[in-house]
Design a binder for this molecule. Sequence first.
Ligand code: ZN
Length: 364
Amino acid sequence: MIEGKWHPKGSASQSDAELSVNDLGRYVIKVENGTFYRGDFSKVQISERLGNVKRKITLDDGSVFVTENNNAIDEISKEYQKASGFIHYLETHLGWIAVALIITIITAFSFFKWGVPWTSEKIAHALPSETNRVISSGTMRFLDDYILEESNLTKEIQDKISKHFYEKIAPLSVADEKQIVYTLHFRSWSMNNIQIPNALALPSGDIIVTDKFIELSKNQEEIDSVLLHEMGHVVHRHGLEMMIEGTFITVAVMMISGDGSGIGDMGMGLGSALVSSSYSRGHESEADLYAFKKMLLAHINPKSFSTIMNRITAYISTEENRTDIKSDNSTLLDYFSSHPTTQKRVELANHYSECFKEGLTVCK
Ligand SMILES: [Zn+2]
């Protein structure tokens, strides 16, 4: 027997009442004025439990039974309401459930598709350079500890490339909105005994070039073109954006799944993002454009960029076939093979190359 109050439909007046439910799930409400209400308990509507707020049970005729005995209501609804009540709820609310589901999907999609990149970009550009430095030194340590090894290039070669970079290429950034101090680092990188040709830029302006990349480059201009492309990623803060986006998604997934075990993985942050995932197409074309514009100013043929990129792609696919690495779970080589020099990038390089041949320093 559950004690409570009974209210007629749409009225504030109330009478003492008692609710009981029998083994067959039939309820009886006995009101003090002597009237009885009977029916199937699975058909009544019960308000959600909110702390100690009184529970409202709405009967078929719209009158309401209210009680403070939340626990007793939970007991009997568990027994008699759940299955049939839930189906009843679905039947009457199906339209709204569908609408809510669609809104949820659209919202989540928009959040990840536009909200996260937009917010990440804003955060990336708002971060002070001190933060960049801290993040980058952590990233460099991670890469050196787990991914990269010391360069095998001779000191002469390293010095020659560095000298040219510091004297001719890095100074091209003086006209940029953000002043960044670029530093060149030489490392070797191998995976499954394959030497990886690559260049990576950290948000601080530290740029890492691998031995194999230098080895595959046929001339200074090809090296310059890739370094300028990396500088484009730094100026536009693509690495930071990628890291912030990744963090957002990790946190969102943890919030949805309620699983906190991903927290530790986030520590690897940018380092793993840089070596395992790719910049978006938009980021790549932004960096390409930066490089091509600077190349015209420095009288370097933009064609050298697509030439070296094509050679890197060709090298990777040859190595892949030679070592049958495809059966391995190697994200890096997947990344290279699924991101060949796209037609669009080549076309843009050619377009800028035409301007270069005409002796222009600005290309429309
Ligand atoms: Zn890039």
